[in-house]
Design a protein around this ligand. Structure first.
Ligand code: PEP
Ligand code: MN
Length: 337
């Protein structure tokens, strides 16, 4: 539930209410708005004597949160969350573009691709070092050697790094070499992993599960946030439907729906959504028009030689052209790229 404090409530009064809630066994999450402070209280509401709380100085009223997810909900926090990574703000006015190959394969291809996506205007470099492949016989990633290449590329280009972590045991090492921890679609409901990245405090890119409903996806985000990490970026990457013409079906409507239900930023991944580079252009534009706060796009210097997801990877020149064409689309929805 939400304890709404009066506009005139003092910090001391907010603290007192929090202390009382904690004593009753609740976890508290104060949110300091421009006008008033609200306190999210998570716990067994049967233990709460509402009368006692509402009679405390500075308390305006108590509002229940009806949704099963609490901390990530708009009910709790009405203002949009902006994830700040140094000078990059995800969820703000600017649409943030993340780009790079599916996997880090070798230095030559990786650094060349990194330089080119940077020149085209990407702010964040992607590249998997731990790859969750459908087949155990497919390339599984360079692991720590790949992470080191990500780190070198970060220092050389100034780009921030997003990379996937697939195992609780690797959260520490992946955090050391990256700026955003990616939780892939296949791990969206790996609850131990969600808690672990929650405890790390690093920004998390949480991809939507292959067949996850929006509610299940937001519940997964709730796991991360209730473990103490508010820095979550959601990513629509296409879901399983009966359609086989594309690898997945992008759920464009998830973008406005999530924005209504949650205060978290949401980006789109047109590469995994389609599986085909030819469609990436159209879906990138559609996602931006629908209100996405960013895009994550697979770009490879030589897609025909890629060890992973070549068919859906854009060549750097095509990516640069797309970046230009996205600008008027962003402008039309009062955003910038
Ligand atoms: C990826 O980003 O390379 C990836 C494996 O994505 P997803 O988890 O969405 O399939
Ligand atoms: Mn991929």
């Amino acid at each position: 539930m939400i304890i709404v404090m009066q506009t005139t409530a003092t910090q001391e009064q907010v603290k007192k209410v929090e202390e009382k809630l904690v004593a009753l066994g609740f976890k508290t999450h104060p949110i300091y708005g421009e006008v008033k402070t609200v306190i999210g209280a998570i716990g067994d509401k049967r233990l709460l004597d509402t009368q006692m709380i509402t009679s405390m100085p500075g308390v305006e009223n108590i509002v229940p949160i009806m949704k099963p997810y609490k901390l990530v909900s708009r009910e709790l926090k009405q203002s949009k969350t902006i994830i700040q990574i140094d000078d990059i703000a995800i969820g703000g006015q600017e649409i943030v573009i993340m780009a790079g190959p599916c996997a880090v394969e070798n230095e030559e291809v990786f650094f060349e691709t990194a330089r080119k996506v940077k020149a085209a205007g990407a702010k964040i470099l992607r590249g998997g070092a731990f790859k969750p492949r459908t087949s155990p016989y497919s390339f599984q990633g360079l692991e720590e050697e790949g992470l080191k290449m990500l780190d070198i590329a970060r220092k050389e280009t100034g780009l921030k790094i997003v990379t996937e972590v697939v195992d609780t045991r690797d959260v520490e090492v992946v955090s050391r070499y990256s700026d955003i921890l990616q939780i892939g679609a296949r791990n969206m409901q790996n609850f131990r992993l969600l808690k672990e990245v929650g405890a790390s405090g690093k920004p998390v890119l949480l991809k939507r599960g292959l067949s996850a409903t929006i509610e299940e996806w937001l519940m997964a985000a709730e796991y991360i946030m209730s473990s103490g990490n508010p820095n979550i970026i959601l990513c629509e990457r296409g879901i399983r439907t009966f359609e086989t013409a594309t690898r997945n079906t992008i759920d464009i409507s998830a973008i406005p729906v999530v924005k209504e239900l949650s205060h978290l930023p949401i980006i789109a991944d047109p590469s995994h959504a389609t599986g085909t580079w030819k469609y990436v252009d159209a879906l990138s534009k559609a996602a931006v028009a629908a209100g996405a706060d960013g895009l994550i796009i697979e770009v490879h210097n030589d897609p025909s030689r890629a060890l992973c997801d070549g068919p859906q990877s854009l060549r750097p020149e095509k990516f640069a052209q797309l970046m230009e064409e996205l600008k008027p689309v962003a402008l039309a929805v009062h955003r910038t790229i």
